[in-house]
Design a protein around this ligand. Structure first.
Ligand code: NAD
Ligand code: UD1
Length: 341
């Protein structure tokens, strides 16, 4: 089976590429390298022994994309990771986010229709649930107005995808709503490569732990949670990657395919910011320097997933514990800094 992975040199795309190659899928990656490096291919090759085919291409450019599909007419499925993902930047520059995240999707869907590619797996986010009224959230929990243009691109993209597959007889799509992926491949050959100051918690923790940052700022300790800090559902990126393989297998094997499905992907457990720091302290043997500051605008208080649908339908559940995932993030940070010094 030939799979196109868009955004395949990015954080989640690279880990998924490793799992796909290991399971014998034939891959081709498209990425414009706007938020990743070509060297990631070396990492994938070091782990799997296979270097996936790669095309540097901007999905917003319809003509080169069409040429790509003309040359690669035998693609069976697309896993569409490519998007911009920085929430703060999306508030400052919404057009950049709507343009990149939606035009790329529209161009891909047009190519799927034209070249009759039967399956798409789309990267969505738990951000679509906003501040949920009931926890854990199931796939039927209401989608709430987005807090940021980034979040809105995910909501709009899900709607576009659903309407598109409903208009097609032979095209099926699955939207995967990721909770908070963390960590790196245990080999430390690939991992998260934040450009500039990280927005996300775990890279900020590991950069502070290694001395690149002075102090982690905890955004608020006055939430209605057991220790006052905000709660999320963190899962190991390798577990998340494996969910994509399970999703592709379901799409291939299922007899009465539904045109459109949605799955939550998380560990199914709420963890606070302070508990994340404790996990880091345990696996690193360090004591992280932190201080509490005001809440971050647009943050929600708490969210975690009901993952029973993914377990039932995809046969998937997370395997790594929080500490195991955190250890891979720390090993990756140490490896990165060894390379740079
Ligand atoms: P990432 O930035 O590491 O990877 C995305 C990749 O897409 C990058 O390599 C980038 O260069 C590429 N890209 C962006 N726009 C492109 C374009 N127009 N043409 C070609 N390539 C383009 O991000 P990630 O963390 O791996 O996220 C992957 C997907 O998962 C994104 O859609 C993101 O919104 C979604 N998601 C991520 C998280 C998370 O916590 N990382 C959570 C929920 C959802
Ligand atoms: C953020 C995005 C979300 C996106 C996800 C993946 C926001 C508001 N939401 O989710 O849309 O899908 O990333 O990219 O940005 N924290 C600190 N100090 C820090 C960093 C984070 O205390 O320096 C806290 C946050 O307040 C939050 C938790 O750590 O409670 C996790 O933050 P983060 O990793 O940014 O993820 P989300 O906010 O869940």
């Amino acid at each position: 089976m030939k799979v196109l992975v868009t955004g395949g040199t990015g954080y989640i795309g690279s880990h998924t590429s490793v799992e796909l190659v290991s399971q014998g899928f034939d891959l081709v990656i498209i990425d414009n390298l706007s938020n990743s490096k070509i060297e990631v291919l070396d990492g994938i090759e070091a782990i799997t022994g296979i270097r996936p085919k790669f095309e540097k291409l901007d999905l917003c450019q319809a003509e080169p994309l069409d040429d790509f599909f003309k040359k690669n007419s035998n693609i069976d499925a697309i896993i569409h990771f490519a998007a911009y993902k920085a929430v703060g930047e999306s508030v400052e520059n919404p057009i950049k986010y709507y343009h990149n995240n939606l035009v790329s999707l529209l161009n891909l869907l047009e190519a799927m229709r034209k070249y009759q590619v039967p399956f798409m797996v789309f990267s969505s986010s738990c951000t679509v649930y906003g501040e949920a009224r009931e926890l854990p959230v199931t796939e039927n929990s209401p989608v709430q107005p987005a807090e940021s243009p980034y979040g809105n691109t995910k909501q709009i993209a899900e709607e576009i995808l659903q309407e598109f597959v409903n208009s097609q007889d032979k095209i099926h799509a699955v939207a995967l709503r990721y909770f908070n992926p963390i960590g790196a491949h245990p080999s430390s050959h690939i991992g998260e490569l934040p450009i500039g100051e990280p927005e996300n918690l775990v890279p900020y923790i590991t950069q502070t732990g290694i001395g690149l940052r002075d102090q982690l700022k905890i955004f608020g300790n006055d939430y209605e949670t057991p220790d006052g800090t905000a709660v999320r559902d963190y899962l190991h990126v390798v577990d998340l990657a494996k969910a994509h393989v399970a999703t592709l297998k379901r799409l291939l094997n299922q007899q009465n395919k539904k045109p459109y499905e949605v799955f939550n992907l998380g560990m199914g457990k709420g963890v606070s910011v302070l508990e994340m720091i404790q996990s880091f302290n345990r696996v690193s043997g360090k004591t992280l320097n932190y201080k509490v500051v005001d809440r971050r605008h647009g943050d929600i208080e708490k969210i975690w997933a009901d993952t029973s649908l993914a377990t039932k339908e995809l046969g998937w559940k997370t395997e790594s514990s929080l500490d195991e995932a955190m250890k891979t993030a720390w090993d990756w940070e140490k490896q990165l800094n060894k390379n740079q010094s």
